[in-house]
Design a protein around this ligand. Structure first.
Ligand SMILES: Cc1cc2nc3c(=O)[nH]c(=O)nc-3n(C[C@H](O)[C@H](O)[C@H](O)COP(=O)(O)OP(=O)(O)OC[C@H]3O[C@@H](n4cnc5c(N)ncnc54)[C@H](O)[C@@H]3O)c2cc1C
Length: 381
C-alpha cells in the first residue's frame, strides 16, 4: 500500500493500516521534520478521532475563544469550562504523527517526490524521483498542491487562502499573557474569512484567511489585524501563505483501488478553514474501507465516499450555513451568540465527533448546504 503525503491525513491513515497488519510505504517530497503553513489548532473533536494522544506536542490548551465582529466591535467568549482547541506547531505535530506510524511498522521515505501515478486494474504504479514502486492500493494524502487528485480524475476544487506569521513571546506592544489559554477570532474583517490570534509556547500566531480573491490583499488584512493589537506586520516571523481546497459537490474521491483524504480530497471546513479534523476523519474512514477490501468484505473502494459523506455532510452543510450568516449579517450572528446558553452549545459542538447520519439527515444537509453555498455566489462556487 502506498500513501502519498505525510501530513495529518497520510500519517494517520498509514498508522491505522499498519496497525491492521498492512505493509505501508509513505512517500513525502519534503525532508522531515518540515513545517506547513497552518494555525496549528487541533480542535478537541479532531484530537478525539486519533488513536493516540498528541499531548507530547501540545504547547497550549485553549479553553476560551474570544469572538469579535470587526477589530474593535462587539465581543463574546465561547467557553465550556473544558478544552476547546489544542495548540501545536505543524513541524512538531506532523513529525510526531509520522513517528507513530513508523513505530507501527510503516516504511517512511521522505525527500521523495511523486512525479506520476499510473492506475491500472490490479493497483497502482508510482514514479518518484527515486524510482518506481507498485502497490495494490493508493491513498492520496498529498494536500492542496499534490498530484494524486488529478491522477484519480478529480477536477480542481475551489480554494480559500490564508496567511500567517509568528510573533515571538515578549515582543513589545503585545501582552501575550491575555492569550495563555485563550484564542481570538475576528470576523467581519476579511471577506469570506476571519483573522485569528493563537497562543503557542514561545510565540503567538497571527493569521488571516478568506476568499481566494482576497489573496492580493491578505498582507494588508494581516497588517490591520496586527495594528489592532499593537503589533506591526514587520514584527512577525516566518510569514507564510497557502491555499485551502474546498471540494465541489459530488467530485470523485475514490476509484476502485485508490482514495483521496484530507486536503487532497478538498475537505477543508469552509467556515473555519480547519482541515485537520477532516483529515483525521477521512483517513480513519479510508483506512476502514481499505481494511474491508483487504479482508475481502468489499470488492473495491467505491464505498468510501458514501461512508465519508455519512459522517461529514451535515458538518459541512452547517459550515456553509454559518458562513452565509456571517457574510450576510455578522450582527445577527453576534446576536445569536448572545442567546443564553448559545456559546456553550457552540463550544460543545467543537468537541463533538460527527457520527453516522441517516439518509434523511444527509439529504436535508445536502440541500441546505448546496443552497447556502449557492447564495454565497461565485466565490463559493
Ligand atoms: C494558513 C493556514 C492556517 C490553517 N490553520 C489550521 C488550523 O489551525 N487548524 C486546522 O485544523 N487546519 C488548519 N488549516 C488547514 C490545514 O493546514 C490542512 O487542512 C491540513 O494540513 C491538511 O492535512 P493533509 O494531511 O491533508 O495535507 P498536508 O498537511 O498539506 O500534507 C500533505 C503532504 O503531502 C506532501 N506532498 C505534496 N505533494 C507531494 C508529492 N508530489 N510527492 C510526495 N509528497 C507530496 C507534502 O510535502 C505534505 O507533507 C490551515 C491552513 C492554512 C493554509
Amino acid at each position: 500500500m502506498i500513501v502519498v503525503g505525510a501530513g495529518p491525513a497520510g500519517s494517520t491513515a498509514a498508522f491505522r493500516l499498519a496497525t491492521e497488519g498492512a505493509r505501508v510505504v509513505v512517500l513525502d517530497r519534503q525532508r522531515f521534520p518540515r513545517d506547513k503553513p497552518c494555525g496549528g489548532g487541533v480542535t478537541v473533536r479532531g484530537a478525539r478521532l486519533l488513536p493516540f494522544s498528541i499531548d507530547p506536542v501540545v504547547e497550549r490548551v485553549v479553553d476560551r475563544i474570544n469572538v469579535t465582529m470587526g477589530h474593535h466591535g462587539p465581543r463574546r467568549d465561547v467557553t465550556a469550562g473544558s478544552p476547546l482547541v489544542y495548540m501545536t506547531q505543524r513541524r512538531r505535530l506532523d513529525h510526531f504523527l509520522i513517528d507513530q506510524a513508523i513505530a507501527a511498522g510503516v516504511d517512511f521515505r521522505d525527500s521523495t517526490r511523486v512525479r506520476a501515478i499510473d492506475i491500472h486494474p490490479g493497483g497502482v504504479r508510482v514514479r518518484t524521483d527515486h524510482g518506481t514502486i507498485t502497490a495494490a492500493v493508493l491513498v492520496g494524502a498529498d494536500g492542496a498542491n499534490g498530484v494524486t487528485r488529478a491522477a484519480l480524475g478529480a477536477p480542481e476544487p475551489s480554494y480559500a487562502v490564508a496567511l500567517e506569521g509568528n510573533l515571538p513571546r515578549g515582543a513589545s506592544g503585545f501582552d501575550d499573557r491575555d492569550y495563555e489559554t485563550a484564542a481570538l477570532l475576528e470576523f467581519a474583517t476579511v471577506p469570506g474569512g476571519y483573522g485569528w490570534i493563537f497562543p503557542k509556547a514561545d510565540h503567538t500566531n497571527f493569521g488571516v484567511g478568506g476568499w481566494l480573491s482576497e489573496g492580493p490583499r491578505l498582507r494588508a488584512h494581516l497588517d490591520e489585524l496586527c495594528a489592532a493589537h499593537g503589533v506591526t506586520l514587520g514584527d512577525l516571523e516566518h510569514l507564510r501563505g497557502h491555499r485551502l481546497p474546498i471540494r465541489r459537490a459530488g467530485t470523485p474521491i475514490a476509484i476502485p483501488r485508490a482514495v483521496l483524504v484530507g486536503d487532497a480530497a478538498g475537505l477543508v471546513d469552509p467556515f473555519s478553514g480547519d482541515g485537520m479534523y477532516e483529515a483525521f476523519l477521512s483517513s480513519k474512514i479510508a483506512a476502514e474501507t481499505i481494511t474491508d477490501l483487504l479482508a475481502g468484505e468489499v470488492r473495491d473502494l467505491s464505498g468510501y465516499p458514501e461512508r465519508l459523506g455519512a459522517a461529514l455532510e451535515p458538518h459541512m452543510a452547517g459550515a456553509w450555513v454559518a458562513k452565509l450568516m456571517i457574510e450576510r449579517s455578522p450582527a445577527v450572528m453576534m446576536g445569536i451568540l448572545h442567546v443564553p446558553g448559545m456559546t456553550r452549545v457552540v463550544a460543545e459542538r467543537m468537541g463533538r465527533v460527527d457520527s453516522d447520519h441517516g439518509p434523511f439527515t444527509r439529504r436535508v444537509a445536502r440541500v441546505v448546504g448546496r443552497r447556502a453555498r449557492r447564495a454565497l455566489g461565485a466565490h463559493a462556487a
